[in-house]
Write a protein that binds this ligand. Sequence first.
Ligand SMILES: *Cc1c(COP(=O)(O)O)cnc(C)c1O
Length: 428
Amino acid sequence: MKLYNLKDHNEQVSFARAVTQGLGKRQGLFFPHDLPEFSLTEVDEMLQQDFVSRSAKILSAFIGDEIPAAELEARVRAAFAFPAPVSQVQADVGCLELFHGPTLAFKDFGGRFMAQMLTHISGDKPVTILTATSGDTGAAVAHAFYGLKNVRVVILYPRGKISPLQEKLFCTLGGNIETVAIDGDFDACQALVKQAFDDEELKQTLGLNSANSINISRLLAQICYYFEAVAQLPREARNQLVISVPSGNFGDLTAGLLARSLGLPVKRFIAATNVNDTVPRFLQEGEWKPKATQATLSNAMDVSQPNNWPRVEELFRRKVWRLKDLGYASVDDETTKATMRELQALGYTSEPHAAVAYRALRDALQPGEYGLFLGTAHPAKFKESVEAILGQTLSLPKELAERADLPLLSHNLLADFAALRQFMMRNA
Ligand SMILES: *Cc1c(COP(=O)(O)O)cnc(C)c1O
């Protein structure tokens, strides 16, 4: 597989290089040089296959001979160890539930596949993943790498500033996962990570890698569940399909568009955001004018400078698609709450991110069309706000309930690079 840097098309790298490096020069994103396409017959056949075999075929269409097919399939099987079911919400609307993985959010798909690819690529060479988190990404990274050979994971988080449940989710694992509560805020944690990556000796000795969220392997993994969704729909829904994607950094939407470029029958996509609506305003007015980020109920989408957007634009350019065919909507918190109650009345318990996507979908769906919205997180993940909005208590899924009783295994450190360095080098 060949990829190029969107900021400098002359920088071309292999899949292995793109995965280990994350970003190109000048922080440019990598984008596939070839955009494979399946024929109608091939897509039909693939939709009959099981999730893992089909996903291996999709991924190998991009990755090519850099990873042997059997090895890739084994890696996909290890990563995608949980289902992505479509739950019927109304006669013409379904929710693609992406929250049945270990951290109850869709980021498990991308995170776990990235972990498999990084460990495959580094072989027997030890790697240390160092990352800072304000909650969510840390849990996904920890679970994705948990128990993998030759990988050590160090996760920094601001002490006392993440939810107790979040902390339980990734600070109780032990084994190759080391969690460090820093006396400082999230920015202090990020600054420490940055200092570590600037320290050449540390980087070389430990084989530091950031497992960054813009990693190309995550995007490729996310393509697979769009196929899995269509495979579950009745045939007649296929060409009438509208998919609404709750968007923050627009990785998920990019993956959906890549699925369509492979030949998946999707009539149109809707980019659904909360009031952090840089993209909807851009699509409406043609001007890119990010505002200050606002805190909302759908906080994983509180992003005003979405970092995957250049990939969306590049794909439209390459495919000669028109941006004006991309649907969009922004949904405020009041409407999000009302929509969660509306879904509850339909017998479907939801959370703020999915509700944003459902609202955008319901308001735009035409007669004869079939709509899918992505359920990006389990409602229990946003227990406090969901309970307050719906006026009922939610029970935690079993894995989470069990974890809540385990002791925290975190280390404590001051926000001081020398201390972190010593901690990280203690066995080197
Ligand atoms: C990360 C996240 C999103 C946004 O996904 P992007 O790929 O960044 O657009 C939506 N919902 C939830 C629950 C998330 O964690």
